[in-house]
Design a protein. Structure first.
Length: 114
C-alpha cells in the first residue's frame, strides 16, 4: 500500500462540501480511501479525543457514479449502526474537510479486487 495522494480539501463555511468546492480533485478509483472531517458536534468531539483532523472514513466501491461504502449511525432510524453505500455528493454534505488516500496495488491484486 502506497500513499500517492493525500491533500485535504477544505470548506471554511461549515455547511458541507459540494463537488464544485473540490479543486484539483484526483480521479478516484475503486479502493481509494476518503476521510471526512464533519460539520457536527460529534465530529468535533471525536477529533478532540482522537487528536486527528478526520473522524470518518469511507472506501470507493464504484466510480461511475462515485459511490462510497461507509459505516453510518442514523439516529432517526431504527437501524442505529449500519453499513451503507452512498454517493460522493451525499458523503460531502456532512463534510467540511476531506482527504483522499490512493492505494496502489500490484497488477495481480488489482485484478482480484476490482
Amino acid at each position: 500500500m502506497i500513499i500517492i495522494f493525500f491533500k485535504p480539501f477544505k470548506n471554511t463555511e461549515n455547511n458541507g462540501l459540494k463537488i464544485q468546492d473540490l479543486k484539483d480533485f484526483p480521479k478516484l478509483q475503486i479502493a481509494d480511501l476518503i476521510f471526512r472531517q464533519g460539520i457536527g458536534a460529534d465530529s468535533l468531539i471525536i477529533q478532540q479525543l482522537s487528536q486527528s483532523p478526520f473522524y470518518h472514513i469511507g472506501i470507493i466501491v464504484k466510480t461511475s457514479p462515485i459511490m462510497i461504502l461507509h459505516a453510518s449511525a442514523d439516529y432517526e432510524d431504527k437501524d442505529l449502526n449500519k453499513i451503507e453505500i452512498i454517493s460522493l455528493e451525499d458523503f460531502l454534505k456532512l463534510s467540511k474537510n476531506i482527504a483522499i488516500k490512493k492505494i496502489k496495488f500490484d497488477p495481480r491484486t488489482k485484478r482480484r479486487t476490482c
